[in-house]
Write a protein that binds this ligand. Structure first.
Ligand code: 2PG
Ligand code: MG
Length: 438
């Protein structure tokens, strides 16, 4: 009864108002699974391609070609397959497109279909998605440690500042619910500080405050003040996490901080980030150097990898092979897992598992262009032991994912929260996990 009988795509719209695709997978039993493709703005060059129509209409963002892939290529290949065989379904999708970046089918077409199949199998078994994921992949489910944006930046805020994400994590909280509460306090404290300086100017793409700063470091100083204003001691229950998204800074072989009108080489960028990590309670940092700077990433990891979480996003593009290569080279100690970067559930889960097997952190992540789809809340919980990056603490395409975790918390029980465990190897974990976090 779990055989696929129909695969149907439709055009829907994402949080930036751009078209994207939703796919419904129907099974013999009549049960349907549904998922929507997200879209990135700061994209790695080695991630699966979003197939767009180009041309003038919809600023070139149309998805007619991706929908055509679903209707004329993917659907005929999937009808008759068992939805419970996720690996088999994903292999059938991959067999249709031999290009490395899925440019023929479109990663948007493959990701929506692959996730819809996962939902269909879960629905057919009468299980919440997180429980199906845990059973199917033989993992121990636990609620993830959230990473939540307070200020947006980079490609998500018209490059008003250079650094892309200024985030907090609350590894010292004892429940997911408590993380939400502390985040609310910090988020609005940050808003009050911005307002008091006459710098409250709305929000960026992922719902974080618009970054009206004169330097990148001013954002860090303000974040520390916001944590204090929220009644917390920075570095105690709450730490700072950054996504430098450094591939976006590359220009003429240099890294350019446009806001500060200065350029620097890899070594100077690493030194600057090192000074920031000395001055502010940063325990996690993503893409500190560009995707084309492996020497820089190895050097960064050599200097800071024993006490800071170093996440590869554009650098590893949710690719298990790149994780293995990075591990062998001594680059990074954590991976961002974006299902649409890989293009299928199977490849994403392989990447998550490869990272965990290497003792790395694994952070399931949304994209800057999102929707009401909550698959990643379930995926991160089902796979267990992980972290979840969704954007900020406003706007429904973000809140829907945090709120879904709260519903899962009710099913799983509060004791299922991994709390600070994913940061155990950082300075925070070494200092705080031993004793109680006051
Ligand atoms: C990132 C993501 C989410 P985008 O770089 O980690 O913040 O951004 O989806 O634009 O790639
Ligand atoms: Mg990133």
């Amino acid at each position: 009864m779990s055989r696929i009988t129909a695969v149907q795509g439709r055009r829907v719209w994402d949080s930036r108002g751009n078209p994207t695709i939703e796919v419904d997978v129907t099974l013999e039993s009549g049960v349907i699974g549904r998922a929507i493709a997200p879209a990135g703005a700061s994209r790695g060059t080695r991630e699966a391609i979003d197939l767009r129509d180009g041309g003038k209409a919809l600023r070139g963002m149309g998805v007619a070609r991706a929908l055509d892939s679903v209707a004329t290529k993917i659907a005929p290949a999937l009808v008759g397959l068992e939805a419970t065989d996720q690996a088999g379904v994903d292999a059938a999708i991959l067999a249709l497109d031999s290009s490395p970046l899925k440019e023929s089918l479109g990663g948007n077409a493959t990701v929506a279909t692959s996730l819809a199949v996962l939902h269909a199998a879960a629905n057919n078994a009468g299980l919440p998605l997180w429980r199906h994921v845990a059973q199917h992949y033989d993992t121990s489910p636990s609620l993830p440690l959230p990473e939540i944006q307070i200020f947006g930046g980079g490609a998500h805020a018209g490059r008003r500042v250079d650094i892309q994400d200024f985030m907090i994590m609350v590894p010292g909280a004892s429940s997911f619910d408590e993380v939400m509460e502390v985040t609310n306090e910090v988020y609005f404290a940050a808003g009050d500080i911005m307002a008091s300086k006459g710098k409250a100017a709305g929000v960026a793409d992922e719902g974080g405050w618009w970054p009206m700063f004169d330097s990148n470091e001013e954002a860090l100083e303000t974040l520390v003040k916001a944590i204090e204003k929220a009644g917390e001691k920075p570095g105690n229950r709450v730490i700072i996490s950054l996504d430098v998204a450094a591939s976006e800074l590359g220009q003429d072989g240099q890294y350019r901080l446009a806001l500060e009108d200065r350029s620097m080489d890899s070594g100077q960028l690493i030194d600057m980030l090192g000074r920031w990590m000395d001055s502010y309670p940063i325990a996690s940092i993503e893409d500190p150097v560009g995707e084309d700077d492996p020497e820089g990433m190895v050097e960064f990891t050599r200097r800071f990898g024993d006490h800071v979480q170093i996440i590869g996003d554009d650098y590893l593009v949710t690719n298990a092979k790149l994780v293995a290569e990075a591990e062998a080279a001594g680059a990074c100690n954590a991976v961002l897992v974006k299902v649409n970067q890989a293009g299928t559930v199977t490849e994403s889960v392989d990447t998550f598992k490869a990272a965990r097997a290497a003792g790395w952190g694994a952070i399931v992540s949304a994209r800057s262009g999102e929707t009401e789809d909550v698959s990643i809340s379930h995926l991160s919980t089902g796979l267990g032991g992980g972290q979840l990056k969704v954007g900020s603490f406003t706007r429904s395409e973000r809140m829907v994912k945090w709120n879904e975790c709260l519903r899962i918390q009710d099913e799983l029980g509060a004791g299922s929260y991994v709390a600070g465990a994913p940061l155990a190897k950082t300075w925070w974990g070494k200092n705080k996990l031993k004793g109680s976090v006051a």
